[in-house]
Design a protein around this ligand. Structure first.
Ligand SMILES: *Cc1c(COP(=O)(O)O)cnc(C)c1O
Length: 309
């Protein structure tokens, strides 16, 4: 499977504030790997798509909200790699379609809307059987690519990174990406996740479960010894996709100063959190690697919301 991806570049961030604080900061730009298929969503899709291909599936079915980066990436990757794709979207159809769903349609994805109640059943065998009855032999990828093949892909995010670092920072939705990163760390390195949902503490159990199942699965693990991971749950800005003017102005200013665009749902919150923690005296003497997980497509819809609000 070839998409002509470029290896994610590393960008150093120079700032007097960091130098004074004794912190080194580099960004791994997953957002630059491919114009359409990029970010952590590609890594989560990779082995799912390879499994689908190996099992001779020609159609991928997956789930997401109306602004989902995962729906966007699945539509694009499916189109480029010759899969039919079906996107099961949470909630009712709203016209005109937002930029995310318009793009999915352009890429040939078939969209199906299911009500929120039914959507909650998406992991059950009953709903999956119903979907197979309706759409035939489909390879089902869970929402966000959150499964062991998803974790496996994320173990490759830092595979080519030669930069020496102590702490890798990543925004978390399901924390699949954090789990994969943690499985690839070298001794004494740690991962630090920034949940973008309110009360992100619940993710601790999810991460433990993902890591336990992954270890039991026999899938490859790059790390020689288990690394430690931690969560910082204070930078959700009110919850998933919740934003405020402070976040908008931080993000705009960061982009102006460092030339790195951020998305408001994930990366802006993590960068805000890291910079705030540095200013509060955390990370002294640390070399940080921040994962830019992509997701910039979502800003198109968010800007519209911002203007409307
Ligand atoms: C989905 C997503 C995340 C969260 O990834 P998880 O593996 O679910 O924690 C982070 N950043 C961006 C840009 C995303 O699209």
């Amino acid at each position: 499977m070839s998409l002509n991806l470029i290896p994610p570049p590393i960008q150093k961030i120079n700032s007097e504030i960091f130098t004074r604080a004794g912190v080194e900061l580099s960004v791994l730009r997953l957002d630059l790997m491919h114009p359409l298929v990029n970010g952590n969503k590609w890594f989560k899709l990779k082995y799912n798509l390879l499994t689908a291909k190996a099992q001779n599936y020609t159609t991928i079915l997956t789930f997401g909200g109306a602004y989902s980066n995962h729906i966007y990436a699945t539509a694009a990757a499916g189109n480029l790699l010759g899969f039919r794709t079906i996107g099961v979207i949470r909630g009712e159809e709203r016209l005109p379609l937002n930029p995310t769903l318009s793009f999915a349609i352009e890429q040939g994805m078939q969209l199906v809307y299911i009500d929120r109640e039914t959507y909650r059943q998406r992991h059950t065998p009953e709903l999956q059987a119903w979907l197979r009855q309706r759409f035939g032999e489909v390879f089902i990828i869970p929402e966000g690519g959150c499964n062991l093949d998803g974790v496996r892909g994320c173990t490759e995010i830092i595979a080519e990174v030669n930069e020496i670092f102590d702490t890798v920072c990543v925004p978390c939705g399901t924390a699949t990406t954090l789990a994969g990163l943690t499985l690839a760390l070298k001794p004494k390195q740690r991962s630090l996740g920034f949940p973008v949902l309110k009360n992100g503490d619940f993710l601790r159990q999810d991460i433990t479960n993902l890591l336990t199942h992954y270890h039991a699965s026999g899938l490859p693990i790059p790390a020689s010894t288990p690394a430690s991971w931690e969560l910082v749950c204070d930078y959700h800005f009110g919850g998933y996709a919740k934003v405020n003017d402070e976040l908008f102005s931080f993000s705009d200013e960061f982009t102006r100063t460092h030339g790195i665009p951020l998305d408001y749902v994930y990366t802006a919150k993590m960068f805000y959190g890291v910079l705030d923690m540095i200013q509060k005296g955390c990370f002294v003497g640390d070399r940080l690697l921040l994962i830019h997980t992509g997701g910039l497509q979502g800003n198109l819809s968010m800007k519209n919301i911002k203007r409307a609000g």
